[in-house]
Design a protein around this ligand. Sequence first.
Ligand code: PGA
Length: 250
Amino acid sequence: MKRKKLVAGNWKMNMLSSDARRFLEEAVPNLADEAVVCVPFTVLSQMSERIRALSTGKPKLAVGAQTMSEKDFGAYTGEIAAEMLIDVGAEYVILGHSERRMYFHETDEAVNAKTLAALAKGLIPIVCCGEAENQPNPEAFVGGQIRRVVEGISKSDSSKLIIAYEPIWAIGTGKTATPETAQKMISHIRTELREVFGEQAEEIRILYGGSVKASNIRDFLAQEDIDGALVGGASMDAASFVAMVEEACR
Ligand code: PGA
């Protein structure tokens, strides 16, 4: 099964509207293939409009959010619902990033509820998993995360799902997993997904994340089960983002 490679940026709590504008002016005309940037809520609307204006034909760059509520509309002060994201042009949403788990106490059960809500509304969830540095038996730990976050997803919806494996110690540290270790864990994740979704698991894209940049992305993408990268720091620079997308479509 040939899965299309994907580079997804994660800007985290960075970038003002002027930064987003500059990024798009440089990135959009130069993208070799489709890619995604997951951005702060505050720039989503502006970015989806600007991408359309800068694109000839179907835009290559899609935008996504970095979290969302599992609830529909209602009295949930401060929260953002899936339909609101779609309303401002988002097509993707990162769910269960380790920073959300660490600082905002998101559990696998909450991530599961958000994932089901995103799929029900038509957003593509990029669901994160990964272990801390001192985690005993990382494969069992990550396998458990995966089983809990995909609970209740139908086989037909499963092919829309994207998983990102991000070892916590590799995020923002400049230390990556070796491509071989990442491949081993990601192949283990696919085995878990096969147990739940059968053959359909072959269609689920699994990304590696953690200190990926233009100079190392190729080694990860060369691995059999690694279908792309979730990139933090290096995704905010247009030139490096464009270079990573170029590597992904070689
Ligand atoms: P990093 O972040 O590329 O800056 O390590 C990755 C992520 O948190 O998704």
